[in-house]
Design a protein around this ligand. Structure first.
Ligand code: ATP
Ligand code: MG
Ligand code: FE
Length: 342
């Protein structure tokens, strides 16, 4: 079965072809970051208009790369939500229109399910059940994943998401948008122990997170300092250390609570090298194996949507016949495919 995946929930157009026998055939991403940078954040209307320009040429590009044509497709998966309504509607309407003319089913995929399953696009994937730490621009959640569609929320952020905290802190340091990768870059030059920032909810006894206080602590610190390059790097490092310690402690708490031995890290913050290094070190000691998506599949991409669509198709062959988008969508509401129920 050959599935086309279309991701258009925010500011990346991602298109991919996933073959259920052969795996990922091809994928392409167009990032709108440069276009939104001058506004300091994503402008929804500009995002929608740009997705319109990109979806079909990128689709043609990956079909050509894989020596396939539209007629070879068996299904089209598109991101149904959560995300920006106008941006989602572009992927949904193009995907559904193509599927209608090709007489093939569509699958409206949950964006976070895409992130969560992205580490499975690998030669050495984790096997169900596992715990997932989902750390993206809009979400921070710990999930117990027992199968496709079987997700139990173990804990989540009470306020800002991890990626959002990275971006807001980067902005305070004058690092532009989106600041997560830039902050992580300068943190390499930071002197350890010059500043110490709070670790919010570290000992709260549950698996929830809170990052807005950390951002406020950075603001207070920034206001007291002269922001030369070294000071910026030192604050970036202090922020990253606090963030990484909280994420690791809570993840290990989830491993203990569930008794599972595989941890999957998904979402853009999963690209952070300090998080990866320290998590790998900490988990090895405790007999836990940690899995990451390939770096290019940490942030938004079409491969994760094609893959999640293919998994859903395997379990429930009848696709949707009409489309809707869900700008807000709770992942626990996802239905479990019949054949996947325990
Ligand atoms: P969501 O998936 O919750 O709707 P999103 O799609 O915007 O949000 P992702 O694409 O998964 O989120 O990730 C983007 C986020 O990841 C941004 O906040 C970005 O700053 C952060 N990020 C990317 N690379 C790094 C890095 N190396 N270190 C820290 N943060 C990073
Ligand atoms: Mg993005
Ligand atoms: Fe995302």
């Amino acid at each position: 079965m050959l599935v086309l995946g279309i991701e258009s929930s925010c500011d990346e157009t991602g298109i991919a072809l996933y073959d259920t026998e052969l795996g990922l055939l091809s994928h392409a991403i167009y990032s709108q970051v440069a276009m939104h940078a001058e506004y300091g954040g994503v402008v929804p209307e500009l995002a929608s208009r740009d997705h319109i320009r990109r979806v079909l040429p990128l689709t043609q590009q990956i079909l050509d790369e894989s020596r396939k044509t539209l007629k070879d497709l068996d299904a089209i998966a598109y991101t149904k939500g959560p995300g920006l309504a106008g941006a989602l509607l572009v992927g949904a309407s193009i995907g559904c229109a193509l599927a209608f003319t090709l007489k093939i089913p569509t699958l409206g995929v949950h964006h976070l399910e895409g992130h969560l399953l992205s580490p499975l696009i690998s030669d050495t994937p984790p096997v169900f059940p596992f715990v997932a730490l989902l750390v993206s621009g809009g979400h921070t959640q710990l999930m117990q994943v027992s199968g496709v569609g079987q997700y139990e929320l173990l804990g989540e952020t009470m306020d800002d998401a991890a990626g959002e905290a990275f971006d807001k802190t980067a902005k305070l340091l004058g690092l532009g948008y989106p600041g997560g990768p830039a902050l992580s870059e300068i943190a390499h030059k930071g002197q350890p122990k010059r500043f110490k920032l709070p670790r919010p909810m570290l000992h709260s006894g549950d698996l929830n997170f809170s990052f807005s206080g950390l951002k406020t602590a950075v603001l207070t610190l920034v206001n007291k300092q002269t922001l030369d390059d070294q000071t910026k790097a030192d604050i970036a490092l202090a922020f990253q250390e606090a963030m990484v310690e909280v994420l690791i402690t809570k993840s290990m708490g989830a491993m203990e609570k569930t008794g599972l031995t595989q941890l999957v890290v998904a979402g853009g913050v999963g690209a952070n090298s300090q998080l990866r290094e320290q998590l790998t070190r900490n988990t090895q000691k405790k007999g836990v194996t940690v899995f990451y998506p390939k770096l290019e599949f940490c942030t938004d991409n079409g491969a994760m949507i094609a893959y999640a669509g293919a998994m859903r198709l395997k379990h429930s062959p009848a696709g949707e016949s009409c489309f809707t988008v869900k700008p807000r969508w709770d992942m626990e509401m996802l239905t479990t495919p019949e054949s996947d129920k325990v």
